[in-house]
Each structure stands twice: as C-alpha cells, then as structure tokens.
Design a protein. Structure first.
Length: 259
C-alpha cells in the first residue's frame, strides 16, 4: 500500500520541527510526514529577492529529493501562504491541500476591516525589536485574548531572525500575484482549520474568501484556539484525525494509477 506522504510548512516564527512535533507523533508511523523549514531562514537575513516563489521552489526541491511525485501539503500561517502559492503554481503535484490559518490569501475582495489589518502590519516595521513580537501577536487574535509572555527568559538564537522574516512576508504580500483562477480550478480537497479566538477580520475573512474560490472546501472551527495556540500544537490528536479523513477522501477521488 502506498504510504501517506505529507509536507508540513511552518509559520514565520517557530522552526518546523518544534511546530509540528506533536502533530507528527499523533499522525503515527504510517504517515511519512516531512516538517520542512522555510527557505527564508537559511541565511542570516532575508535575501533581497526572496518571495513566496522562493519557498515554492524549495518545496519542489524537497519533494523531488524525496522522490515524491505527488503529496499532501499542509501549511500554517506564513507556510499557509506558501501552500496557496504552491497550489496555484504546481497543482499537479498535490493530492490535497490543508490550510491552518494562512497568513495571507491574495489581494482580491478585501473588506475595509481586512485592509486595516494589513495597514497595521505595515506599522510594525517601525517598532523596536523588544516591542515588535508583542504587537505582531496582538494583531492575530481577538481583543479579549490574553497572550502569555514567553516561558524562556532568554530567547532562543533562532528568534533573532524572526522580525526580519515576518516583515519579508509582509512586503512580498504587497506585490505577489496569487493566481485566483488557478486556485479556482484546483479540484482536490481543501481543508481549513480556523481558531475561533483568532482575529476574525484576518483569518476569518480569509476562510470566507477562500470558501468562495476552491470548489471542494471544508472549514473546521476550533472553538478554544487562536493563532498562537494552534491546533497542530495544542490539539494534535483532533487535527491528526481530521487530516486523515481529509487525506482518505482525497485518495478516494484520485484516478486509478495516479502516483
């Protein structure tokens, strides 16, 4: 029997191994899950020509190196934006798509409230490092959510790259052309996990907009979750079960003889 192959893309903060360790364990040994770090952090600072296409090319290289002709793609936050770009560029490589609150989903049909979210993101660049992450996190959640301070008194070394990486995402979102027509023609199942305590003007609106684009779209709301206590870390067993259902449905729709 063919193994279940899934590529897992993290957001712009946690490294992939830390972000997805609990989910990979919950998925079990019969899932060949690859938590792939972002190309963005290969260097000390983001390359001047970095864009979502840089990440798309990195996913292609990783899949080719593993001999994966097709696979399931899962993306959270910034990695979710990469996953959308990959689906638009290489739909033939995907068996399914799973989006865990993608950070961005194109520049069409924005409401005034969603446009304000992105105006507020622009203002982050002027903040000093000690204020940047707190302000960034606050934008992602409902006003009544209490965000806990980091447990570690000394930030891990990789954290120093994150403000510049986050702003690299914000900048590329302003110019990147995500092909809505290609997404609308993507006929494989698309799963979207949404935290009910995340900012509804951001991730809630993205879910609503994408539900009108993808022909096979399923939304699952996690009532107690928000963007910084996401289901892949806090409710990995529940998410693993939903992903398995998603992947089984995708497999049942694949043509005979497909890779």
């Amino acid at each position: 029997m063919e193994p279940i192959r899934a590529m897992l893309l993290p957001g712009a903060v946690l490294p992939a191994e830390l972000a997805y360790a609990a989910l990979i364990e919950a998925l079990g040994p019969d899932v060949e899950a690859n938590a792939k770090d972002l190309e963005l952090y290969v260097y000390d600072k983001p390359p001047a020509d970095w864009s979502l296409d840089t990440e798309v090319e990195g996913v292609v290289r990783e899949a080719d190196a593993r001999g994966w002709a097709t696979f399931h793609l899962v993306g959270y936050s910034g990695g979710g934006a990469v996953a959308l770009a990959f689906a638009a560029k290489h739909p033939e490589r995907l068996q399914s798509l799973a989006l865990l609150e993608p950070a961005w989903a194109g520049r069409w049909d924005w409401s005034p409230a969603h446009a304000k979210v992105w105006k507020d993101h622009d203002a982050l660049e002027a903040l000093p490092p000690e204020e940047f992450m707190k302000a960034f996190m606050r934008l992602a959640v409902r006003p009544d959510v209490v965000l806990l301070p980091p447990q570690a008194s000394v930030p891990p070394p990789w954290m120093a790259k994150r403000p510049a990486g986050i702003m690299a995402f914000v900048r590329t979102f302003k110019s990147y052309e995500l092909d809505r027509g290609m997404l609308a023609s993507f006929d494989r199942p698309v799963f979207f996990a949404l935290g009910a305590r995340s900012n509804p003007d951001d991730y809630g609106e993205i879910a609503s907009r994408l539900s009108a684009v993808f022909p096979d779209f399923r939304l699952e709301v996690f009532e107690e979750r928000h963007h910084f206590d996401p289901p892949h870390r806090i409710e990995p067993e529940r998410l693993a079960g939903l992903l398995r259902e998603h992947w089984e449905r995708a497999a049942s729709r694949r043509p005979a003889g497909a890779d």
